[in-house]
Design a protein around this ligand. Sequence first.
Ligand code: MN
Length: 752
Amino acid sequence: MDQEPEIYTEPVLPKYNLTADQEKNEIIRHYRALLRFLRPKLKRGDKELVRQAFEMAAEAHKTMRRKSGEPYILHPIAVAMICVEEIGLGVRSTICALLHDTVEDTDITLEDVEREFGTEIAKIVDGLTKISSVIDTNTSQQAENFKKILLTLTDDPRVILIKLADRLHNMRTLDSMKREKQLKIASETVWVYAPLAHRMGLYSIKTELEDLSMKYMEPEAYREIARKLSETKRERTRYINEFIRPLKEKMTAGGFNFEIYGRPKSIHSIWNKIKKKSVAFEEVYDLFAIRVILDSSPEKEKEECWKVYSMITDEYTPSPERLRDWLSNPKNNGYEALHTTVMGPQGKWVEVQIRTKRMNEIAEKGLAAHYKYKEGSSDEDRFDKWFGQIREVLSTQETDGVDFLQDFKTSFLAEEIYVYTPKGEVKMLPTGSTALDFAFSIHSAIGTKCIGAKVHHKLVPISHKLRSGDQVEIITSNKQRPSEDWLGIVVTAKAKSKIKDALREEKRKVAEDGKYTLQRKVEAMGAAYNQHNIDELVQFYKLPSPLDLHYKIATKAIDLKELKEFQVLGDRIEIPKPKPVIHEVHTDHFQQKNNPKGKDSELIIFGESSDKIMYTLGKCCHPIPGDDVFGFVSTGKGLIIHRINCPNAAQLLANYGHRVVKTKWAKNKEISFLTGLKIVGLDDVGVINKITNVISGDLRINISGLIIESKEGMFEGTIRVFVHDKEELEILVSRLKSLNGIQTVDRFDTEN
Ligand code: MN
């Protein structure tokens, strides 16, 4: 019963030096195998349609070959086979899979497909054609493509399922590609397709995609783990049998119909554990899990799973924190099961997964199986809900592709937590969600007025990170207004876009006053309040738009006293040469210029204010909280904050000691500061992924800019990130340094 997964050793490529007749037979053989799997699903007339699709595709691809030398048509047949056998899709999807590369690569047009097979199939093939150009991408192109995939996906989920089958077959046959392409396709697979498969509930496909990607991206680590797994197989099998024996006896005596077996964890997941916990292979305790699959009647499913649970925990002591009940609360992607970890023989922890045949099919085939079981049930559909959420975000989001992809990954592809309203209604949110995310998930009007929350009756701030099982009550105030720093508190795309909307709206309202003030002052100078003059002023104050100018005037961040020095010629304002701008700020109320290239300057204002004080952050050393700093009273620019180790510090302290003011940072976790890192390392296709994974994935730090340049096998990257304080920056630096191939990571202080 021990089901060791296939270890993906180098496959021997078939030599395609077959005669034309032999080749034809080979194609027919594959096609017949496909039909055999499809047979139970064929209704009257279907067989003819499938045949027609096959012939159309075979004819269209007849002169084409894959990189391995085999006839191209074997690829669409294989993709169709995966759709039927591994995902459980039906006749329509088979036809689409057979045709999936025709419109893109051959003379067949979408009109041809529509004429022969109707609009439903034409639409899916169109979706597949639109998302086929994902090879040869840079990060933003990749993100754009992904956005396209999602737009099509929400039309018909079959598009994404067939696309996953296509990707899986391409990954299985990646050996014949050039190394560079292998790396590109593999990193894209890990980054987008594996999480998507996971979200669709296709666990086996997700695992295989990850393992195959790892095989190309980290070949040594992959081979090492595969080798160790196979070396320890005999020992493991013995242990699994010893573990299973008493359970088998009990369950048989209890009259259950069941299967029980040990299943090794994937190479990729073992590798993740080795990296995350920095342990050796030998120390990873859960190299396998025990799976119990019950053949239960629908009404007895839950009861029998719990009965088996109790039999297992009678035999072996369970770890109380490790019980996962996805029977009562299935995951968003439809997954249902009971997981527990128990103390097995020799004091080893062993994970046991209990599920029924139906649940197992959903776990393996995901969405498609889910739809099959949904028929006739009035259950609210989780996938429909999920698609609905995606659609909502897609329709409101205006951000660029990269931002979008990041938001999407955290909102829709992350594991979810379950939290409850005071009335006991369950809400699903991505891991890392805060009280504020929860507030926005209820309603945007509750989100924008949220001032805090009660979790299990205890008062917590809006930034409080929620955990599964929390019961959350939101506290609102009519005086509350969203602020810029809220964007750093939330992880859900919905909350983010609603906050952005609210900020824009708020800014527009406030700016009205500033506009009026400006108009009055400009006209008092004898100049006209026209576009030319407004543009001049926007430029003078180095602002991105008139809206920002009006806003800053309204909030008195700009006092317009410079206007007196301007000349007026006719109705035109003549601007003298630019002067530095001083921003008025408050203590406990930091401002930071986000000014990467000397344009698009933008102020970020945080928190509540008490005493007013004017200061700016030294441009020479860009201090952030936690740095040792001092204040320097400058002539004309107010107080300037420098780091103690600023290149100018020694000279300032030595020569102008009387102008130095002692300063220190107030603790405030809600405030982010922009800082820069310079990274040097070996050029590797996966490097951007690794870096961005650490920054925004693991540490959830916001990236403001990322430039990677590679030269002669090396790369040099500059990254601008928002960090809360020095401590966070230090963690980030040490995490980046620990990545493979990274040589140095240094903070940089100067303006580019
Ligand atoms: Mn294809």
